[in-house]
Write a protein that binds this ligand. Structure first.
Ligand code: TXA
Ligand code: MG
Length: 316
């Protein structure tokens, strides 16, 4: 059995020794190691079975720590950080030499984030190094939003899961890069495009394989059960002969062949839907259905990030 608890001092001790610890953040649980210790970081890739070309996010205690690990920081980053850090926003910046190659996939940029979860912040305040941490799921599977999710999949492989309760955002951080005055969104996530635009008017989506975010593999966040995304009434009709699990925003068509269903937000609130998404996908995946049919969300606010995760989950 994997050990789960709330002992932040113990977690810090393990990390100092070069061990891995799963940690809560406000977005999803992370699989953390000392970002300045290449051997410790290598264990992350091995445990997740993650390809080493896919770089990791480095978590720091304070916005001001970003300057220890990144160079040539643009004014737009400070503007965004003033508003959104600590929080679910990650900045891709030119790296300083102190960051090992294994963290960046050998590239010349490093992704940095200041998490807002109180337990993550307390942990970071106890150690004198930053934490490299991808989501704490096996590569390609749904990100964990509770300590129990982590224990289910990484049980026996890591010494400790720090339990900080259920993640309040429920989706990974938004990842941004900078090009002149432009803010390039490499991954939609916990901060919406609209919110970014309030601070920096020139915001552009750069998602997909060409984004320069090597981790944005097409198939990702995938349940083991096949998943299709679209209009629910149409999908229910098309797959009438199969045992269906339904993932809906606020309502769905009834039918005898529906074996399981999840409503993400009865009031249609997309932020609430984001918070419930990954846990709902896991329950549907365990329901014994032949197929999960998922409703495409409105393409605004958190709907953009949810649709991105659903599209990846449906990729073959
Ligand atoms: O909310 C989150 O971001 C969570 C928590 C634990 O902080 N972490 C997370 O990490 O989602 P991960 O590894 O699952 O996703 C990080 C994404 C990947 O798509 C990766 O390719 C991208 O960030 N990334 C990391 N470093 C990058 C870099 N230097 N340039 C471009 N993309 C980068
Ligand atoms: Mg991930």
């Amino acid at each position: 059995m994997i050990e789960t608890g709330t002992d932040v001092v113990y977690a810090a001790t393990l990390l100092r020794r070069g061990e891995l610890v799963a940690i809560p953040t406000e977005t999803v649980y992370g699989l953390a190691a000392n970002a300045l210790d290449s051997n410790a970081v290598m264990k992350i890739y091995a445990t997740k079975k993650r390809p080493t070309f896919n770089p990791l996010i480095v978590h720091v205690a304070e916005t001001n720590d970003i300057g220890k690990y990144a160079a040539d920081i643009p004014l737009n980053m400070w503007r965004l950080a003033e508003r959104f850090s600590p929080g679910p926003l990650t900045y891709v910046l030119p790296r300083k030499a102190i960051i090992p190659d294994v963290v960046t996939g050998g590239g010349d940029t490093v992704a940095l984030r200041v998490p807002a979860h109180p337990m993550a912040r307390e942990l970071l305040s106890l150690i004198d190094f930053p934490l490299a941490a991808p989501s704490a799921n096996p590569s390609g599977y749904i990100s964990p939003v509770t300590a129990a999710h982590v224990a289910q999949e990484l049980g026996g492989q890591i010494p400790y899961v720090l339990d900080g309760g259920e993640c309040t955002v429920g989706l990974e951080s938004t990842v941004v890069a900078f090009d002149g005055d432009r803010v390039l969104v490499l991954r939609a996530g916990g901060i919406t495009l609209e919110a970014l635009q309030e601070v920096c008017p020139q915001v552009e989506m750069r998602t997909g394989a060409s984004a320069g975010s090597p981790g944005l593999l097409k198939s990702h966040y995938a349940p083991r059960t096949r998943l299709v995304v679209g209009n629910l009434a149409r999908l229910a009709d098309e797959y009438a002969g199969q045992k269906l699990a339904v993932l809906a925003l606020s309502d769905f068509p009834r039918g005898d062949n529906i074996v399981s269903s999840e409503i993400l937000a009865p009031n249609g609130d997309l932020a609430l839907a984001a918070r419930h998404l990954f846990a709902a996908m896991r329950r549907l995946d365990a329901s014994g259905a032949d197929l999960i049919i998922a409703e495409r969300m409105p393409e605004r606010g958190f709907g953009i990030a949810i649709n991105d995760r659903l599209d990846r989950a449906s990729a073959e």
